[in-house]
Design a protein around this ligand. Structure first.
Ligand code: MN
Length: 493
């Protein structure tokens, strides 16, 4: 398994209070917190494992709880709530240390005001309305990134928000533990696939390292014929072979097993290659990369390690949602007036998780790279709402650009020898493409049917990188203003 299942990620629920109200009240606070956490934890909408950690009432307890969260590899985030009032100077040291994602749940144990029964004891027990404001102030004063979710804890909307944030927080954990293998370098002269690998490791935790293609070729020599035959049968069970050039397909199986071997050895979740650096390989990995992506690996063409890593992180965040996430490229347009569409594809490497039709294996010439005809999967992409996301290096900072899109059924294009997806970007191609270009978005992106812009906005806030959203309401003038002010603000940070 290259991805930890989401239930393995723990989220620690910590309730804040103080000793002013007496021990009886504190017992009640703890009991009520446990009821709430148990109620939330058994809800299928929360992908991670919610656990009640403790009631904290003193600075040293808070500090210890945050230190424990930092050092526990299973802890993917902390959720805090103040049932009563918890003076927040007590929280300064602990919160300063906290380096795990943080959600402040602003809720109340009771839904309604019990008009007949309410007295001062009730008021003192159920005072999140001002306890959580004290809690919120100190986070803002500390400039501490956190998600605030407001509403009654049994409400569906609140549970969805917590669940969505858990996916983003898991994305943070995956990002901070991600190794990326670069088979060879980037495509020559391309700008947007470059970037500061040191900065990426500082900000995002990615360890990005190169491995010689020659070493991959050497590993191929160690793969047994039997293992290759087994992999070939695995392909046959999942895909239709629309060619009798089985030798070409078998070579993809051979490359895939060797790449998998190296990725496992390096504990890597993502990799890149480029058609300009295939020394010793007979084909560009096509089917091999597509099949690897389907199991959760991130992939980036032309040495694009940023999109590769983002593909893996988004796949990990989207586990269980089931509609699909893939490496993508804006390829060509249909500029029919009033029905402008983007045809998204790549030379070969689109993930079959977004296939509407059963993928077919074809063998066709590539046209560039000077190698033998690579086997690849062709299929039509799914329809429905999706996003495309691109991570770019602005020099001194990283920016993620997200566009809401609506995928439509691709045209019938019988001579197109690659997988195809078509979409209408929001608000329309004219505004979307202008906005994307002004924001510096790449031609490479990650397309996901399972995640939305909010998932990535929360992820970007936690990673402390810039987020740009192109959506139904985007106008060019507002976007330009936002980019201008963001540029100034990020220089000051
Ligand atoms: Mn490309």
């Amino acid at each position: 398994m290259i991805m930890k299942v989401l239930r393995e990620y723990e989220f620690w629920f910590i309730t804040g209070s103080q000793h002013l109200y007496g021990e009886e009240v504190l017992k009640q606070v703890e009991a009520n917190s446990k009821i709430m956490v148990e109620g939330l934890a058994k809800d299928g909408r929360l992908p991670g494992k919610l656990v009640f950690k403790q009631l904290v009432t003193r600075p040293n307890e808070i500090k210890s709880a945050m230190e424990a969260a930092n050092f526990d590899p299973n802890c993917a985030g902390v959720i805090t709530w103040c049932h009563t009032f918890s003076p927040s100077k007590m929280w300064i040291s602990g919160l300063n240390l906290l380096n795990k994602p943080w959600l402040h749940l602003h809720t109340q144990f009771n839904r309604n005001i019990p008009t007949e029964a309410i007295d001062m004891d009730f008021m003192n027990l159920n005072q999140a309305a001002h306890g959580d404001r004290e809690h919120g102030f100190i986070a803002t004063r500390l400039r501490k990134p956190r998600k605030v979710v407001v509403g009654y804890w049994e409400n569906e909307g609140v549970r969805h928000k917590i669940g969505d944030w858990m996916r983003s927080a898991i994305g943070v954990s995956v990002s901070r533990n991600l190794n990326i293998v670069r088979f060879g370098d980037n495509m020559r002269q391309v700008a947007v696939t470059e970037g500061d690998k040191v900065e990426a490791e500082i900000k995002l935790g990615w360890s990005i390292n190169t491995h010689a293609v020659g070493d991959l070729v050497e590993v191929m020599k160690t793969i047994s014929e039997e293992a290759i035959d087994t992999k070939l049968e695995d392909y046959r069970s999942k895909y239709d072979f629309a060619t009798d050039r089985v030798g070409q397909i078998r070579y993809q199986a051979h490359m895939q097993l060797a790449m998998e071997h190296i990725l496992a050895k390096e504990n890597a979740g993502a990799y890149t290659n480029t058609f300009e650096d295939l020394h010793g390989l007979e084909q560009l990995p096509g089917l091999a990369s597509q099949d690897l992506m389907a199991t959760g690996y991130g992939y980036g063409g032309e040495g694009d390690w940023k999109v590769s890593a983002l593909t893996h992180i988004m796949k990990a965040m989207a586990q269980g949602l089931g509609k699909g996430t893939s490496f993508m490229e804006d390829y060509t347009y249909d500029l029919t007036e009033g029905n402008e569409l983007i045809l998204g594809s790549h030379m070969l490497e689109i993930c079959p998780s977004i296939a509407e039709t059963k993928p077919q294996v074809k063998v066709q010439p590539l046209g560039i790279g000077g190698k033998t005809d690579p086997a690849r999967l062709t299929f039509d992409g799914k329809s429905g709402n999706a996003i495309v996301a691109s991570l770019v290096d602005m020099g001194g900072r990283l920016r993620i650009v997200v566009n809401d899109i609506e995928c439509v059924q691709p045209y019938q294009m019988p001579k197109l020898p690659v997988a195809a997806t078509m979409w209408k970007p929001k608000p329309c191609l004219e505004v979307s493409a202008e906005a994307w270009i002004l924001a510096g978005g790449a031609h490479h992106s990650v397309l996901s049917f399972d995640l939305n812009a909010q998932h990535l906005r929360d992820w970007a806030e936690m990673m402390e990188i810039e987020f740009v959203h192109i959506h139904e309401g985007t106008t060019i003038n507002e976007l330009k203003r936002d980019l201008f002010f963001a540029d100034v603000a990020w220089r000051l940070r």
